[in-house]
Design a protein around this ligand. Structure first.
Ligand SMILES: NC(=O)c1ccc[n+]([C@@H]2O[C@H](COP(=O)([O-])OP(=O)(O)OC[C@H]3O[C@@H](n4cnc5c(N)ncnc54)[C@H](O)[C@@H]3O)[C@@H](O)[C@H]2O)c1
Length: 321
């Protein structure tokens, strides 16, 4: 049985809590949130409905949780500027860490996390959930198998409205969230890296809000193989738009498109069809994978801390000029 602690019981803490609790061979035994009300019931305001915390120890301080609970692993679902310090604290306490994306706010902070994992001899996985999202996992498999030939062009997008700009939201402060590049664009940049490796170059066009903060980023990634690979992220959509993620991929022998709901495959020979993908979402799959890694049921490498660090580097480059 993997004994799990969740640190940060806001929106993503609730997601981690439910997905760990759904596993047969894991149990959430402790949760920690600096806000005592959130610690007790999860953050209802940001989308989590009330959680069942019976038989779960509740803390408001990570050091207290680590000192008084025997844990095998933690999920770190904290505001991004806290990922580095709290992940290192847990690794040094001898606990495996599944940390939310983005890994950290700088490449140097990522390096410090990687060094801490190495010296502790513990797993550090960054929850780049799109690698595990069923439609994206289907694409990874299709690219790897070569069934439809080489990729000629791939274009990914992730569009939504600006996250809470109210003064007390950490999302609205780029020194805490990393802004659109690290918070949103990184999902597609990381998936592109998963498919094609590190690009030889990155060129981005950035549209800024009146306060100078980037709000829309359109990036072209150079793979020097005559393919066209691009990604767009926007926080400039009107609020009624909600959220949309999508992609279009042109293979030599098929075109594939995902509109956020269904994955349509149009082979050059044969009928267009909707691909069958795994059930559930990427959060479920990533936590199942991490649990399997810890219990030795898999040694397949789906993401390394070094790859997560490279995604941070790529994201930072998109808005650096
Ligand atoms: N993978 C995804 O699709 C996805 C989606 C949303 C957010 N995220 C990431 O998840 C992380 C958390 O985002 P969120 O939306 O859940 O934020 P949130 O604000 O809803 O929750 C963060 C929680 O951390 C708590 N907290 C702050 N400082 C603390 C401390 N020192 N010790 C303990 N608790 C503390 C806060 O009280 C809050 O409840 C971010 O890094 C974000 O980028 C990932």
């Amino acid at each position: 049985m993997i004994r799990v602690g969740i640190i940060g019981m806001g929106f993503m803490g609730g997601v981690h809590f439910r997905n760990w609790q759904a596993l047969d061979d894991a149990q959430v035994v402790a949760v920690c949130d600096a806000n005592p009300i959130t610690a007790k019931k999860g953050n209802i305001e940001t989308g989590s409905d009330e959680l069942n915390l019976e038989r779960v120890a509740i803390f408001t301080d990570v050091a207290d949780m680590l000192a008084s609970t025997e844990l095998d692993a933690v999920s770190v679902a904290l505001p991004t500027h806290l990922h580095k310090a709290l992940s290192i604290q847990c690794l040094e306490a001898g606990v495996h860490v599944l940390c939310e994306k983005p890994m950290a706010l700088s490449v140097e902070d990522c390096d410090a996390m990687i060094a801490a994992a190495h010296s502790a001899g513990k797993q550090l996985m960054i929850a780049q959930c799109i690698r595990f999202w069923p439609e994206y996992a289907w694409v990874k498999q299709a690219v790897g198998s070569g069934d439809y030939g080489q990729v000629l062009a791939a274009d990914f997008s992730r569009l939504t409205y600006a996250p809470g700009w109210d003064a007390d939201s950490w999302y609205s402060d780029p020194s805490k969230s990393g802004g659109i590049a690290l918070d949103l664009h990184i999902h597609d940049l990381d998936f592109i890296q998963y498919l094609f490796g590190s690009p030889a170059g990155i060129r981005s066009s950035v549209v800024r809000f009146g306060n100078g903060v980037p709000g829309h980023v359109a990036t072209q990634l150079d793979y020097q193989n005559n393919s066209a690979v691009s990604a767009t992220a926007s926080w400039m959509m009107p609020e009624p738009f909600g959220f949309g993620m999508s992609f279009r991929i042109v293979f030599e022998k098929a075109a594939v498109s995902f509109d956020g709901t269904s994955l349509k495959v149009c082979p050059s020979a044969g009928e267009t069809f909707v691909a069958e993908v795994a059930e559930g979402d990427g959060y479920k799959a990533e936590i199942e994978y991490f649990a399997a890694l810890l219990s030795g049921e898999t040694n397949e490498i789906k993401i390394t801390p070094e790859q997560a660090r490279e995604s941070v580097r790529m994201a930072l480059e998109t808005t650096s000029k």
